[in-house]
Design a protein around this ligand. Structure first.
Ligand code: CTP
Ligand code: MG
Length: 254
């Protein structure tokens, strides 16, 4: 299919060629003791279910691949069976790995043919609005091999010489110009073949998938992110997430 004949994300089932890989295999150490982070409840529903629904809310997404905690695939499968998804959306569950990068690779390996666009979305960003998801898909359809949702920073950022011991003062070595910086979120969107090649060839530490595509020498583009796409990382983030859900319930007239 040529680019011109690709329907928009809001088009009907014929547009359904996007798959979402959701890494959900982390423990959530920074959130504190308890169940794996993706299985913690927000407003009574596991974070992972919110994240899956956020991807399935896009009419373009026809498959969601959940990368479960290594010993939790069966539990995740029954959770997904118990929580309704739109009829157009299939799901698969695979066990994850030791690092996020490894978990994403395991999700990619499980993707069946027929999806040319792949989103990678953190289970820890359960509240991303569908307009952000669609904007990422749209930019991939428009020809970008990799797309990230991104926001300007509120804080000034300093580069430091990290101290050997936590809590020790650290010398500041530089202050990058804030206007040139963006905080990057998920879902990140990719031409599937590009992302697969990146995961097969790039080695070493990376903190996001688009960074691997950058290492291939390809251009990554940023589209506007959303404040509700924040990552649930520390306990205070749970409070914020519950507050966002409460505000949505009010606005929806529940
Ligand atoms: N992730 C994963 N496999 C891993 C590690 C992380 O699938 N081995 C996933 C997490 O489940 C999460 C996303 O990657 O949805 C982003 O990672 P992060 O927010 O760091 O989650 P955790 O690694 O679980 O949290 P922490 O770093 O505090 O332990
Ligand atoms: Mg982590």
């Amino acid at each position: 299919m040529s680019d011109d004949s690709r329907p928009s994300p809001s088009a009907g089932p014929s547009a359904a060629r996007t798959a979402a890989v959701i890494p959900a295999a982390g423990r959530g150490v920074r959130l504190g003791p308890g169940a794996p982070k993706a299985l913690r409840a927000l407003n009574g529903t596991p974070m992972l279910i919110h994240a899956v629904r956020a991807m399935a809310a896009s009419r373009a997404v026809s498959l969601v691949v959940v990368v479960a905690p290594p010993d939790g695939a069966a539990e995740v499968r029954s959770l997904l069976d118990a929580h309704a998804l739109p009829e157009r959306t299939d799901f698969l569950v695979v066990p994850g790995g030791q690092s996020r990068q490894e978990s994403v690779k395991l999700g990619l390996d499980a993707l069946p043919p027929g999806h040319d666009i792949v989103l990678v979305h953190d289970a820890a960003r359960p509240l991303v609005p569908v307009d952000t998801v669609d904007a990422v898909i749209e930019a991939v359809r428009d020809g970008a091999p990799a797309v990230v949702p991104a926001l300007p920073l509120a804080d000034t950022v300093k580069q430091v010489e990290p101290a050997g011991t936590p809590g020790e003062p650290e010398p500041v070595v530089a202050t990058p110009e804030r206007a040139l910086l963006r905080a990057v979120q998920t879902p990140q969107g990719f031409d599937r073949a590009t992302l697969v090649r990146a995961h097969e060839t790039v080695t070493g530490e990376v903190t996001d998938d688009a960074g691997m595509v950058e290492q291939l020498g390809l251009t990554v583009v940023a589209v506007p992110g959303h404040e509700e796409a924040f990552k649930v990382t520390r306990p205070l983030d749970l409070v914020l997430a519950e507050a966002v859900l409460a505000r949505r319930r009010l606005n929806d007239g529940f």
